[in-house]
Write a protein that binds this ligand. Structure first.
Ligand code: E4P
Length: 215
């Protein structure tokens, strides 16, 4: 399973890259605006830090606007993936971009049919939003499992990025359901690696070692 970082914060990215845990990065307009910096500058910096795919989202809502933006974004770095919202216009844009060899990540996916259409249109990645589905009481894990089954059954090249991952159980469950990738906010990582029993174990071992040294 691949891990993408769901952040545009350079310090956060560097910290997790140093652990060897980063296969790519995803951003959206909210994530970019949090940094208060120039969009192009931030994306280029991330692309230099992380050799894997880096998603940058378009703002336009018409297919021709999305295609124009996408062509520009794709020139910023070789590893830029263009994030396109799941709409009729978005599908049209994905179809054009896939023919031009520009990689796309179709975002804001909440149903099997949306995902199926995105895959047929030529999406490189699809992003079902786990946390936002859970917010409205819908089973996001069944969606991920269904998508994985459909991809394997028909041999689609598209990969599932489980997005809107907010908790350790979210990650655990999407891993069980066969998501190819999970995109994880940097702030979640400490909760993934820490455990009170590990901390207590370290303390106990050191205490026993000191007692042994001072015997
Ligand atoms: C990433 O591709 C998504 O934009 C992001 O995971 C959304 O997360 P949120 O629902 O917590 O805002």
């Amino acid at each position: 399973m691949k891990f993408f970082l769901d952040t545009a914060n350079i310090d956060e990215i560097k910290r997790i890259v140093d652990l060897g845990l980063v296969d790519g990065v995803t951003t959206n307009p909210t994530i970019i605006s949090r940094e208060g910096r120039d969009f192009e500058e931030v994306i280029k910096e991330i692309c230099d830090l992380v050799p894997g795919p880096v998603s940058a989202e378009v703002i336009g809502l018409e297919a021709d606007q999305m295609v124009e933006e996408a062509r520009k974004l794709a020139q910023w770095a070789d590893n830029v993936v263009v994030k396109i919202p799941m709409t009729e216009e978005g599908l049209k844009a994905v179809h054009i971009l896939s023919q031009e060899g520009i990689k796309t990540n179709v975002t804001l996916i909440f149903s099997v049919t949306q995902a199926l259409l995105a895959m047929k249109a030529g999406a490189t990645y699809i992003s079902p939003f786990v946390g936002r589905l859970e917010d409205i009481g819908t089973d996001a894990y069944q969606l991920i499992a269904d998508l994985r089954q459909i991809i394997d059954f028909y041999g689609f090249d598209t990969e599932i990025i489980a997005a809107s991952i907010r908790t350790a159980p979210h990650l655990q469950e999407v891993a069980r359901c066969g998501a190819h990738i999970a995109t994880i906010p940097g702030s979640l990582f400490p909760k993934l690696w820490s455990h009170p029993l590990t901390d207590n174990g370290i303390k106990d071992f050191l205490k026993d070692w000191e007692a042994f040294q001072n015997r």
